[in-house]
Design a protein around this ligand. Structure first.
Ligand code: ADP
Length: 641
């Protein structure tokens, strides 16, 4: 095979352009990305070697090494991990495989260069090398194979691949560093060949990578007298030694007291490819019959693919510091799928297969504990750090809600974590517990109202009498909110009820029996005029100034559910609609009179009323055009009369 030249895929090209021309100031993070990739490559090999030990040969000591040359201005990062063959180089480096990366590209094109921060999360961290280098070469040999290859690119449209010679397996990446331009305005320009700078960067970003990161370090010894004091006139001797420059113990095995939050943050970012610190860290150790350690993180921001089916939940598994699995799904329930982290236990067997994992008793115990830890952490945050909790809620609240909707067993525990805006203060969210504790005497239900936003709920006719009573109403403004009530029918013995539910009323009906009898014929006539659009027309005790409202009947889904389901274009069962009329509204006097004298006008009015009620529910009347025509006609008649 000769040297071949290939073009980058269009997206990769665009991405490289962005990276190369970026004015992003934290260029130093390229080192973290390359070291993380090296560590991942060793992880992959270790994992494969559990079943194929021949892959290791006699090279069993894993390490990452950093070498710099301050004359040639190069920096080389090598590992003895899995390596890449010809195809891998094209697949992994030449193309952006994950579809999410395209979203990333779109995002940074639309926004500013600051978004480059996200590069690692999107699985394109390698390209960050081009922020500091104007040429990059990769010399690599895949474990178990004999041929080595050299990949080279200047980050412009093309790259080359050619056969190469390389001793052992693994990957060696050399960056030909950009030189500082004269008169450069880049104040924070760094020389990445300087040993001191590199050591600091490793400490800052990659300290807890579990493989040794080795580098040649200079030690200067000053001669000493016999009593240990320094000699004044002695010549110092300088020795250069290759040594490990990162911490020797994985962070999760350390004692909590020895660890600063900043250590956790950097570990999290390098291990889980995030660019912002985690919102919360959970580190714990279990001792007894089952020994294990947990290090879990609640991210601040949901990953870009969180709501897609590409997103995979799970925590990493380690046994005796050996990585055994990238994502153990059984350890994390779906409703906490945003949690990232790892579990280490010497009780895990090294070659756990997926099937074994499903059955594993120890894992079940650990899963239970993980769930409890996350729950307790969130509850603590909710009770003591409300602002932080609201930040969490904004990002992952929907996920908790969907847990209540889809996991019957978890619903009670999860309901403690719910917060909603309410009529008490439309800017402050309230928990169900807080709601229940301030329910006044006489209020039987936990009330909620559904609508597309606070304003439309506040204007709902059904709110009129509830507000008069001063009963608090939870605002269900997210589509999923009402679905929760399918499973969560009560909280602390109090039933949840929609203010738009047919069976709910604020108190005894104010309508006298006589009045009811008197109105019966007109109600009946309205129902007939509506020709099956509603299942019932009845007098309302919840309306104060509005003439009508629609409520959900006993059977079938609610109006809001019908609306939501329509958005999903699924088969939509029709809600059971009940039209409630305000007996004190002047319109009904008019209608009563019109009933026998002008049948066709009565029909038009009935439809107008029904459509009004629909509109106040945020539903567009099915025959919107005839509704408009009817109103226009009414306006004309009004003038001519
Ligand atoms: P990510 O690491 O998030 O997948 P990168 O752009 O950093 O994205 O790397 C792309 C791919 O290139 C990796 O997934 C991996 O398959 C391969 N790769 C990168 N660095 C190495 C390495 N040191 N050894 C082996 N493969 C590597």
């Amino acid at each position: 095979m000769n040297r071949e030249t290939q073009s980058f895929q269009a997206e990769t090209k665009q991405l490289l352009d962005l990276v190369i021309n970026s004015i992003y100031t934290h260029k130093e993070i390229f080192l973290r990305e390359l070291i993380s990739n090296a560590s991942d490559a060793i992880d992959k090999l270790r994992f494969l070697s559990l079943t194929k030990s021949e892959l290791l040969g006699d090279d069993e000591i894993f390490e990452i090494s950093i070498k710099s040359d301050d004359v040639a201005k190069t920096l080389t990062i090598s590992d003895n991990g899995i390596g890449m063959n010809h195809e891998d180089l094209i697949q992994n480096i030449g193309t952006i495989a994950r579809s999410g990366s395209k979203n990333f590209l779109k995002q940074i094109q639309e926004n500013s260069a600051a978004d480059l921060e996200l590069i690692g999360q999107f699985g394109v961290g390698f390209y960050s090398a081009f922020m500091v280098a104007d040429k990059v070469t990769i010399t690599t040999k895949k474990a178990g194979e004999t041929e080595a290859f050299k990949w080279e690119s200047e980050g412009t449209g093309t790259y080359t691949i050619e056969p190469a010679t390389k001793e052992g397996r693994g990957t060696e990446i050399t960056l030909y560093l950009k030189k500082k331009e004269e008169n450069s305005e880049e104040e924070d320009w760094e020389d990445y060949t300087e040993s001191y700078t590199l050591q600091n960067l490793v400490k800052k970003y990659s300290n807890f990578i579990r493989y040794p990161i080795k580098m040649e370090v200079e030690h200067t010894e000053y001669p000493k007298n016999e009593d240990g004091s320094y000699k004044y006139d002695g010549e110092p001797t300088t020795e250069r030694k290759v040594e490990r420059i990162n911490a020797t113990k994985p962070i999760w095995l350390k004692d909590k007291k020895e660890i600063e939050q900043s250590d956790y943050n950097e570990f999290y970012k390098s291990e889980f490819h995030d660019w912002v610190d985690p919102l919360e860290t959970i580190h714990s150790k279990a001792e007894g019959t089952l020994e294990y350690r947990l290090l879990l993180f609640i991210p601040k921001k949901a990953p870009f693919d969180f709501n897609s089916n590409q997103f995979k939940k799970g925590v990493k598994l380690y046994s005796k510091s050996v990585y055994i699995m990238e994502r153990c799904e059984t350890l994390i329930p779906d409703y906490y799928k945003f949690v990232k982290g790892l579990v280490e236990s010497s009780d895990f067997s090294l070659n756990l297969s997926r099937e074994v994992l499903q059955q594993n008793r120890e894992l079940k115990v650990i899963a239970k504990n993980i769930e409890k830890k996350i729950h307790d952490t969130l509850l603590y945050m909710l009770q003591n750090e409300r602002e932080k909790y609201e930040e969490f809620w904004g990002e992952f609240g929907k996920n908790i809600k969907s847990g209540i909707y889809s996991d019957f067993q978890a619903k009670d525990k999860l309901s403690d974590l719910l917060i909603f805006l309410s009529s008490n203060d439309s800017t402050k969210k309230v928990t169900l517990d807080e709601y229940v504790s301030r329910m006044p005497e006489g209020q039987e239900f936990i009330l909620y109202a559904t609508g597309k936003d606070i304003q439309s709920i506040e204007k709902m006719p059904q709110m009129e009498s509830v507000n008069e009573k001063d009963w608090e109403v939870l605002y269900f403004v997210e589509k999923i909110d009402e679905f929760i009530t399918n499973n969560l029918t009560e909280y602390k013995g109090k039933k949840l009820k929609s203010v738009s539910h047919g069976e709910f009323s604020v108190g005894e009906s104010q309508v006298t029996k006589e009045r009811e009898e008197e109105m019966k014929p007109v109600l009946e006539a309205i129902k007939n005029a509506l020709e099956g659009k509603v299942s019932e027309v009845k007098l309302s005790s919840r309306l104060k100034s509005s003439p009508v409202c629609l409520v959900s009947g006993k059977n079938g889904i609610s109006l809001n559910m019908e609306k939501v389901l329509k958005d999903y274009d699924s088969f939509v069962p029709k809600a059971d609609r009940v039209l409630e009329v305000n007996p004190n509204h002047k319109l009904f006097e008019v209608m009563s009179k019109m009933k026998d004298s002008d049948e066709s006008r009565f029909k038009t009015y009935s439809n107008l009323l029904y459509n009004q009620a629909l509109i106040s529910e945020g539903i567009v009347p099915e025959d919107a055009n005839s509704f408009i025509n009817q109103i226009s006609e009414l306006m004309i008649n009004n003038i001519s009369e």
